[in-house]
Design a protein around this ligand. Structure first.
Ligand code: NAI
Length: 327
């Protein structure tokens, strides 16, 4: 029976894989995949990894040494995989799309909750505090949303914004032709947007696309929503401008140093990350733990496509969802 080692697996990850398993032996590990934990995949030809696993040179070497031939990412992003180093050593596949709606809807949930302070209101009413002081938000209707990256998720988020009666502007170096999308240069997007939502991948071009210089070009009180990747934002600059109120609010599903913390319970620990501690404690920041993907539909699709990828690999077929370094 073909064996597959899963890393960073939580109960909600396993459910659909167990239900849809066509007969592989799945070995679920809670540990994140790193060079140190790679040995847990001994006896497996394939590993299944996730967004916060560390697939650097060292881990890839360890996996190759124990005979692993496939890294199946159960996500769409693969910025945590050294694909250049992996080329010719080990194959990489991913799930190119599972539910762009899940992520776009979560981005809007962050914006609505943050703006209308629903999280605070909920805490208050649970305590029979029915005061409205400090809960004032603003109408989204008529405001301008700037969308960076008009792929699947960005376009769905844009349509949701339109449904709220918002104006939309967008930036993407690869604009969709005849789409009716109102593309503008990035600086114009910064200058015009009341809300900026990030939907581009993390690449060397997009790392810290939100930084001190770009924030200075934005409107005072701008809201920033990030459901893409943490390193799109320079967190030190974000904290500084949130403090100065240049940035009105930030809705963050991702954080640049999330690997060390996200998906785990640190509620009884003093965490060793001052920037994260400040962000979590700020009244105008709302943070979730990389959960934008977390819907039933997305989990089912992730399992279906990953199992399809594994079947192709074990049958020696061409890998439809292969990711390869190509520069
Ligand atoms: P996609 O590949 O459909 O779209 C990405 C878009 O970004 C493309 O249109 C591309 O041209 C554009 N882009 C590339 N370089 C750019 C740049 N320098 N500036 C602006 N735009 C640029 O990807 P999709 O499915 O829409 O996902 C977007 C991102 O969402 C992923 O890269 C991933 O990081 C993140 N994501 C987050 C999840 C979560 O749970 N928080 C779950 C799934 C994806």
């Amino acid at each position: 029976m073909e064996q597959v080692a899963f890393f960073d697996t939580k109960p909600y990850d396993k459910e659909w894989f167990v239900k849809l398993n066509p007969g592989f032996k799945f070995k679920f590990h809670e540990h994140k995949l790193t060079a140190d934990s790679a040995g847990l995949a001994a006896g497996c030809k394939a590993v299944v990894a996730f967004v916060n696993d560390t697939l650097d040179r060292e881990t890839i070497d360890r996996l190759c040494e124990i005979g692993v031939k496939l890294i199946a990412m159960r996500c769409s992003g693969y910025n945590n995989v050294d694909i250049k180093y992996a080329k010719g050593r080990i194959d990489i596949v991913r799930v190119p799309t599972y539910s762009p709606y899940a992520v776009a809807e979560h981005a809007m949930a962050l914006l609505l909750t943050l703006n209308r302070k629903i999280h605070k209101a909920s805490n208050r009413t649970r305590d029979f505090n029915f005061s409205l002081n400090g809960l004032t938000g603003f109408d989204l209707h008529g405001k301008t949303a700037g969308i960076i990256g008009t792929g699947q998720i960005g376009c769905i988020f844009m349509n949701i914004c339109k449904g709220f009666g918002m104006e939309t502007v967008a930036y993407d170096p690869y604009p969709k032709e005849n789409s009716g999308i109102n593309y503008v240069p990035l600086d114009e997007l910064f200058a015009r947007s009341d809300i900026i939502s990030l939907h581009c991948p993390l690449t060397s071009d997009t790392r810290y696309i939100i930084n001190e210089k770009s924030i200075k070009k934005m409107k005072g009180g701008v809201y920033i929503i990030n459901t893409s990747r943490g390193q799109l934002i320079d967190s030190d600059a974000l904290v500084r401008f949130l403090k100065e109120r240049k940035i009105g609010g930030a809705g963050l599903d991702v954080y640049e140093e999330e690997t060390a913390f996200f998906f785990e319970d640190y509620s009884s620990t003093v965490i060793d990350d001052d920037v994260l501690s400040i962000l979590v404690s700020m009244p105008n920041v709302l943070m979730t733990s990389h959960q934008a993907f977390l819907t039933e539909e997305a989990l089912q699709k992730i399992a279906e496509v990953t199992i399809f990828n594994l079947k192709q690999f074990f049958n020696g077929e061409e890998l439809t969802n292969k990711v390869e370094y190509s520069k």
